[in-house]
Design a protein around this ligand. Sequence first.
Ligand SMILES: Cc1cc2nc3c(=O)[nH]c(=O)nc-3n(C[C@H](O)[C@H](O)[C@H](O)COP(=O)(O)O)c2cc1C
Length: 233
Amino acid sequence: MRDYTRAVEFGDILSRRRSVRAYERGDVPRQVLERITNAAVVRAPSAGFSQGLRLVVVTDGETRRQIAAAAAEEELVRQGRPRWKADAPVHVVVLVAESDYHARYQEADKLRITGGRELEWPAPYWYVDAGAAMMLLMLAAIDEGLAAAVFGVTDVPKLRDAIGAPEDLHFVAVVTVGYPAQGSPAVRGARMFDERRKPRAEVVHWERWGEAQGANGGGARARPARSGRAHRR
Ligand SMILES: Cc1cc2nc3c(=O)[nH]c(=O)nc-3n(C[C@H](O)[C@H](O)[C@H](O)COP(=O)(O)O)c2cc1C
């Protein structure tokens, strides 16, 4: 497994993190896929170390077509979107076992701090953890010279059938992975600003809600809008 503790050139990896939806044809080596899934499994935090994450790595073409169908790709193509999902060489289906969290938070050490009852979940930690793991998987993919994007499905039962996922696992998202196609946005890097990016002051508050700058003047100002995206995702 690659040693991610050195965090070499993290800024470069971060600057290349954007959704890339076009890939070179050809396989991604198994060892590479093991490294990027390991990054998600080993390096992601999980609430109470519940480890509810489950991944299904799909390279089989027919299964990828079924997953793409569960996301209504043909309909999107008819609407003028480029074909992307079925053509991506690898799908990593992200699932989560909510039951692992309930089991963990019923253990004695947790119950001692929650008054003997299971935590009133301030957020569904199973989805929180899945998102964090998904992000690490994408960053690890970039570190391997790959690019990635995320999609959801419109037909979860179809997705379940395609990969044989048990009913008790929640579906979270599919991450597509592949070597970026020549001329794809992977090479140009991430968009820091465009007209649809919310102003920083709306998103980041300093010291208290509503403070865009903070007492010591901290906080980034939103840059003026520039022309950008053609359609919503
Ligand atoms: C949970 C989740 C689901 C998404 N689903 C889709 C999708 O179905 N189709 C798509 O094209 N992009 C999808 N995206 C990608 C977003 O549209 C994308 O991240 C956003 O537009 C910002 O662009 P960027 O990733 O290039 O920074 C999804 C992203 C997330 C996190």
